[in-house]
Design a protein around this ligand. Structure first.
Ligand code: CAP
Ligand code: MG
Length: 394
């Protein structure tokens, strides 16, 4: 089906009928306001008016059809100002949640999407036949560039495929980003000389709009082989600009998302957010853990996993990231949910290992290897001491 319009599906609770609530949303987000105005024209009413496309009483959901002329398709902020704008504040509607969006084919000609595929990411680190494992340097903040590099080296020789900055580490005085990139990449080169494997380092280039692209370009000039961005706090447009400006993969953190995604009745599902991240060029995205410390709806995680990897107007697929409170014992539940194409991350679950970071990385890799070989982790731990220690500890 070739869509000319943009469709948005909303969960709605109000005293009005679903259809009426849908009409309110459609009018507010297209050509209407709270009362009739004498200034409209036949053309506006015919060409720009959004309408209710369907209702699903069983799910309390309504689909609104937005004509393509309403949009400046090359302008992500404007698209969001319509499909995720004033509607959330309409007092006649008690709760409303944007569940999904269906974008018209013509929109895609403006977007490059992710520059790398999941297979290319796996190829780079030599993990073609297994899920990836990553770590977040902990503590979140406070280590110097050389201390960060030391921790990164230990994790890399322990077997992680990726090391990332935490979402709150950017360019603070105690860890200038340029020194951090240079030092970490030097130590990852050292690790590669010993292990023969590449390791990604996702440096967090989150910054104000007037700096974020320059910071990404500078990081790559200094040797970074991946950049990371907090997409909700910097914006989808910043993600798009960064992805188009550098030729390395972009790790997308979603901190602040739970302000919108957590309430099942009001806000924005992680599903439309996942689609927009793919559209704007993210190569990997945190989409929740099937077992971890963060709240997550299993069905929504499934939907995000599928939306990131399914064929979608020819855009490259995106690697889902399981993270948050994960340690070796929880690897199996997360991989049973995500399957082979997943990056499982552990911060505390590696750097909190009783025998240190290197042992923690080994234990996570052993948990992944046990899953890949379909061996019960406890059984596998009998011959893998780092995993044994981790399972006993947590
Ligand atoms: C995980 C983490 C990530 C969360 C984000 C943290 O650390 O670095 O930011 O996973 O949550 O700061 O909590 P731990 P999500 O492994 O030590 O928990 O992936 O749900 O967006
Ligand atoms: Mg974090």
């Amino acid at each position: 089906m070739v869509y000319m319009s943009l469709f948005a599906r909303y969960f709605v609770e109000s005293d009005m009928s679903l259809f009426e609530a849908g009409e309110n949303i459609a009018l507010e987000e297209s050509v209407g306001t709270w009362t009739e105005v004498h200034t409209s024209t036949d053309w506006i009413e015919k060409e720009l008016k959004a309408t209710v496309s369907s209702v699903d009483e069983a799910k309390n959901e309504v689909v609104v059809e937005f004509p393509d002329l309403l949009f400046e398709f090359d302008n992500i902020p404007q698209i969001l100002s319509i499909v995720a704008g004033n509607l959330f504040g309409l007092s006649e509607i008690d709760n409303v949640r944007l569940q999904d969006i269906t974008l018209p084919k013509k929109l895609f000609k403006s977007y490059e999407g992710p520059k790398y595929t999941i297979d290319e990411l796996k190829e780079f680190v030599g993990a073609k036949n297994r899920p990836l494992v990553g770590t977040i340097v902990k503590p979140k903040v406070g280590l110097s560039p050389t201390e960060t590099a030391e921790v990164s080296y230990e994790a890399a020789v322990g077997g992680v495929d990726l090391i990332k900055d935490d979402e709150t580490l950017t360019n603070q005085e105690f860890c200038p980003i340029e020194d951090r990139v240079i030092n970490v990449m030097e130590m990852l080169d050292k690790a590669r000389d010993e292990t023969g494997s590449n390791t990604f380092y996702a440096v967090n280039i989150t910054a104000d709009s007037n700096q974020v692209v320059e910071r990404a370009v500078k990081a790559v000039e200094n040797g970074a082989n991946m950049v990371m961005i907090d997409v909700i706090t910097t914006g989808f447009s910043a993600l798009r600009m960064v992805s188009e400006a550098v030729d390395v993969p972009v790790h997308v953190h979603r901190t602040m998302h739970a302000a919108m995604t957590r309430n099942p009745k009001h806000g924005i599902s992680m599903l439309p957010i996942s689609k927009l991240v793919r559209l704007c060029g993210g190569t990997q995205l945190h989409t929740g853990s099937y077992h971890g410390k963060m709240h997550g709806d299993i069905k929504e995680i499934d939907a995000c996993r599928d939306a990131l990897k399914d064929n979608w107007h020819g855009l490259n697929n995106v690697l889902p990231v399981a993270s948050g409170g994960i340690h070796p014992e929880l690897v199996k539940d997360n991989l049973d949910g995500y399957g082979m194409n997943c990056l499982v991350q552990a911060g505390g679950g590696i750097h909190g290992h009783p025998d240190g970071t290197k042992a923690g990385a080994k234990a996570m890799r052993q948990a992944i290897d046990a899953w890949t070989k379909e061996i019960n982790p406890k059984k596998y731990a009998e011959t893998h001491k780092e995993l044994q220690t981790a399972l006993k500890h947590w």
